[in-house]
Design a protein around this ligand. Sequence first.
Ligand code: CTP
Ligand code: MG
Length: 397
Amino acid sequence: MSVAALIVAAGRGSRAGQGIPKQYQPLLGQTVLARTLAAFVAHPRIDRTIVVIHPDDRALYDATLASLPAATSAVLPCVHGGDTRQDSVRSGLEALAELGPEIVLIHDAARPFASADLIDRAIAAAKEWVAAVPGIPVTDTIKVIDDRSRVLSTPDRASLRAVQTPQAFRFPNLLDAHRRAAAARLHAFTDDGALAEWAGLPVHVFEGDSGNIKLTHPADFAEAERRMKGETMTYVTRLGTGFDVHAFGDGDHVWLGGVSVPHDRGVVAHSDGDVILHALTDAVLGALADGDIGTHFPPSDPQWRGASSDRFLAHAVGLVRERGGIVDHLDATLLCERPKLGPHREAMRNRIAEIAGLRLDQVSLKATTTERLGFTGRSEGIAAQAAATIRLPEVSA
Ligand code: CTP
Ligand code: MG
């Protein structure tokens, strides 16, 4: 189905203040409209995009269009809007009528955070239904009041949705609804969903996106820039290593990689003696340059006696996340003659991935004997070495 996007940018942005209309205000050097437009122009399912502007903004619009890096051939010549948003939408629809798209998405220029997923959902909703609007559950309790601020009722929050754009429609139906509304001298519908309802079209709500905010007041611009800085966060990659040894002692199992492995020996240890988890924990702490397992869990502290080592690794990974970082990869090598790693490898990888909150492909486990040499070769003890790759947000000077 052919899909057109119609972006309304003819408002004056009176609530946002600050001189030029809000859709032409810069956000980290790029105008709000440039960002909004780029999301639609770059979307593979959108065939054509049209922008409705205010006649006074021609130079600002041309500069915004010129600033777009992507191919802008899919952007149709802009058209002029009207006094109300509804009039602006109709002006865009009339300009699209010749082209005759099957689906049209109507979007506010003032919403620069429409994601590709949200646009996909809008298109899918228009295919399924005639008219559909993105909505998010409301978190505040809403009151209906009269003109003297007296509460008339409190609607059930579960049945309320806060509605956004892009709103999605079968093009011929929306064009007809707009023409009828104008003919009835109605001009003040603030969204196309409401106009469609008035026209008797069934309107559905699909899942919106809480990040898809509309810039309305001056404070919204600072919030938008903070959000964008988060998106463009740069990271530095850090590598840490770890090593751990435990002596074999009496027992019938050893803990390795968070899994209990049957063996004819146990290990002598303060905690559960899991050399793989200990080496991994030290590797993560090493990447953070934040001490070692003994600094965080002193062996002198009785609370770690017999402690299950998954807490150590979970703690280290938690420290990475607290600093806004990401764990990319954990890799460990077990050094011993026995027990053999092979039969338990997948169980251990799964357990480590679970403890660290990673995907399985981010966890690697290997094993080697030491050719009967040294303490591991003589089966006096068991050792593991590990590496962790993490990313931490770059701290600007
Ligand atoms: N809009 C439009 N034509 C109008 C009024 C609004 O194209 N006559 C557009 C705005 O440019 C905006 C969207 O509709 O992208 C949503 O409207 P709103 O957030 O109310 O923007 P403004 O009307 O510009 O702001 P304000 O109401 O504060 O003046
Ligand atoms: Mg307005």
